[in-house]
Design a protein around this ligand. Structure first.
Ligand SMILES: O=C(O)CCC(=O)C(=O)O
Ligand SMILES: [Fe+2]
Length: 311
């Protein structure tokens, strides 16, 4: 039986701080392609610099987000969805985090945003990170399938009904033993993450061994493989568990852009990558499995094909 603790604390697991994620320079595309593929196989995480998202657009959205999270609790609560606090998902998972979740593909409102400045900043940000995500996905497909791969991944996010979301997280400074965001894999295709320079993110390179991801260089985006990309690369890329630890003296803020297909889109292994490890499913079906499971579940197991299939 799983016991739900109201304030989860970090178990005393080992931390390894001698692993640095690769920092990939997008200016050199053929090098970047190889390095990204290697990083996706090894860690499921990497950082990109010279990514083409203007610093002004990033600063604007970070400033607006800071302003929003600094509002008094009751005011934010009154905003209702898209605002949330402590609860993560629908199955009782909690963390020391407050957040805004915005569907990027349909008009949204932030009820406290009377002047619409926040909304404009977010729209500009989403447009810029969308381009970056397309670019990264095209390079990854080429790296894995060669030029025949074409735009097999980026076309999923170009679909006018794509289900991509933007999530702004704020972790107030507090007791370091507390969990801001419990361990999980991101279910989507890929995630582009920005942080305000405060540490806290950790990735699980193997069971019980956590690697802190430092927030440097300042200009970088952290990119990670989601479960869908794992399925589409037939397990060659790994969607790695990660979590966020509360920091003692400073609040962490992060902005995650999760690239997802349309709900009706079929997810299956890209051609030429061997016998599929997972059965095909729609993104809607997978999302349902995410909603009905706990944050830390390895939901892809539900879609794994029996091993005799691969003999
Ligand atoms: O805040 C972070 O750095 C990571 C948050 C995260 O993993 C998520 O929102 O899925
Ligand atoms: Fe995540």
């Amino acid at each position: 039986m799983v016991v739900i603790s109201q304030n989860p604390t970090m178990k005393m697991e080992k931390i390894r701080d001698d692993i640095e994620l690769p920092i990939i320079n997008l200016c050199n595309r053929s090098e970047a392609m190889k390095e990204m593929v290697k990083a996706c196989e090894e860690y499921g995480f990497f950082k990109v610099i010279n990514h083409g998202v203007p610093q002004g657009i990033i600063s604007q959205v970070e400033e607006e987000a800071r302003g929003f999270f600094a509002k008094p609790g009751p005011e934010k609560m009154r905003a209702g969805p898209p605002y949330g606090c402590k609860n993560i998902g629908l199955q009782g998972d909690v963390g020391e985090v407050e957040y805004l979740i915005l569907q990027t593909n349909s008009p949204f409102i932030i009820p406290t945003d009377e002047s619409n400045k926040f909304r404009s900043a977010i729209n500009a940000y989403v447009e810029a990170v969308r381009k970056l995500a397309c670019d990264i996905l095209d390079l990854l497909v080429e790296g894995v399938c060669g030029s025949e791969g074409g735009s097999a991944l980026s076309r999923l996010m170009r679909d006018s009904e794509n289900d991509s979301i933007l999530r702004l997280n704020h972790y107030p400074a507090g007791e370091v033993s507390k969990i801001g965001f419990g361990e999980h894999t991101d279910p989507q295709i890929i995630t582009l993450l920005r942080s305000n320079g405060v540490e806290g993110l950790q990735i699980s390179v193997q069971d019980g061994l956590w690697v802190p991801v430092n927030p440097y260089p300042d200009s970088a985006f952290c990119v990670n493989v989601g479960d869908i990309l794992r399925v589409m690369t037939n397990g060659r890329f790994v969607s790695v568990k990660h979590r966020v630890a509360v920091q003692a003296y400073e609040s962490r803020m992060s902005i995650a852009y999760f690239v997802a297909p349309a709900l009706h889109a079929t997810v299956s292994c890209l051609p030429g990558l061997g016998l599929p490890l997972y059965r095909s499913f729609t993104w809607g079906e997978y999302k349902q499995a995410v909603y009905t499971g706990r944050l830390a579940d390895t939901r892809l197991n539900l879609f794994a094909l029996p091993s005799h299939h691969n003999l």
